[in-house]
Write a protein that binds this ligand. Structure first.
Ligand SMILES: [Zn+2]
Length: 274
C-alpha cells in the first residue's frame, strides 16, 4: 500500500507526496482546494482530510492523465476541463495503469507491492466543468484556473494568487512530454504558452507534479523558443526514446540528458504533433 507524506511549501500550500507524483492542497480560512488526485493508489481522501481537520474542500484535476486523475473516484466533487473528459476511460484502464506504474514507478520500491485491490474505484459521478479564469475563493487566498492547452487539450494550470505561485503541473516543464495521450499540435501548444506568458507578472515561483517540484520561470521562455524552432523546421529533431516511447527531442542532449548548448528545457514530440 502506498503511503503519503507531505510538506508545507508556502503560506497556503501543502505538497502531498506519493511515489512519482505530487498533489497540492491549498488551504484558505473558509475551505481548501486539492489540486490533482495522483495515481489512484491508497487513501488520498483520508490523507487529505487528516491534513484538513474538518475544513471543507473541493478537488480540481489539472489534466486527464493516469498519474493525476485516478484518485478522482474517491471524491464527491471533482472539477476538470471538459476537453479532457473523453480520456477518462482510457486513463483509468487497469492495464494502462499497470504499464505506466511499471514505467514511471520503477524507482519506487513501494510500487512493487501494489495489488489490484489498492487501485481506487472508478469515478461514477460526472466531473464538473473547469474553465479558464475560474476562481476558487478559499478565504484569504484565491486560486485561478489558467488554461494552457498542449500537453492535453484540457491542461489547466493554477495561479495561487496571494502566494504568487503558479502550478504548471505537466504543462510546461524541463522535459515537456508531447508524445503522451491527448497531446495537441506544437502550433496549438505555442498559443497556450503565449497565453501563459501574459501571467508573467502574477507569480514568482513555479511548481510542478514530478521530480524536483519547483523550476525556474525561464523554462517557459525556453519552451516557447523550442516550439518556434520546431515550427520553423530548425530544431534538432533527433530521434530518441523517452519513457519507453520513440520520439524526437527538440534540442540536442548529452549522455546525461542535459542540453549541450547549456540551456535547460527540452521538448519531446512525434510527427503526430506537427
Ligand atoms: Zn501528463
Amino acid at each position: 500500500m502506498v503511503k503519503f507524506t507531505h510538506d508545507q511549501i508556502s503560506p497556503h500550500i501543502i505538497r502531498i507526496i506519493e511515489p512519482g507524483v505530487y498533489c497540492y492542497l491549498v488551504k484558505g480560512t473558509e475551505k481548501a482546494l486539492l489540486i490533482d488526485t495522483g495515481w489512484g493508489i491508497g487513501d488520498l481522501r483520508g490523507y487529505a482530510e487528516y491534513l484538513l481537520q474538518g475544513l471543507p474542500y473541493t478537488v480540481a484535476v489539472s489534466h486527464c492523465h493516469v498519474d493525476h486523475v485516478n484518485g478522482a473516484g474517491l471524491f464527491d466533487e471533482v472539477y476538470m476541463s471538459e476537453k479532457d473528459w473523453f480520456m477518462y476511460d482510457a486513463e483509468y484502464d487497469l492495464q494502462h495503469r499497470k504499464n505506466d506504474l511499471k514505467m514511471f514507478g520503477r524507482n519506487y520500491p513501494e510500487m512493487a507491492d501494489i495489488v489490484m485491490a489498492d487501485f481506487n474505484c472508478k469515478r461514477t459521478d460526472p466531473f464538473l466543468p473547469l474553465h479558464d479564469g475560474d476562481v476558487f475563493d478559499l478565504g484569504g487566498v484565491h486560486v485561478r484556473a489558467v488554461s494552457v492547452p498542449g500537453h492535453t487539450a484540457g491542461m489547466t494550470m493554477f495561479l495561487i494568487e496571494e502566494d504568487r505561485i503558479m502550478f504548471y503541473g505537466d504543462g510546461c516543464t524541463k522535459h515537456t512530454f508531447m508524445f503522451t495521450n491527448g497531446a495537441l499540435s506544437i502550433r496549438e501548444y505555442l498559443a497556450g504558452l503565449r497565453y501563459l506568458k501574459t501571467y508573467d507578472d502574477c507569480y514568482d515561483t513555479v511548481i510542478r507534479s514530478h521530480n524536483i517540484y519547483t523550476q525556474p520561470k525561464h523554462i517557459l521562455d525556453e519552451n516557447i523558443e523550442l516550439c518556434e524552432l520546431i515550427l520553423a523546421d530548425q530544431d534538432a529533431r533527433r530521434q530518441t526514446v523517452t519513457a519507453g516511447t520513440v520520439c524526437y527531442e527538440a534540442a540536442l542532449t548529452d549522455e546525461k540528458g542535459q542540453r549541450i548548448d547549456g540551456k535547460t528545457a527540452n521538448l519531446y514530440y512525434t510527427d503526430a504533433n506537427l
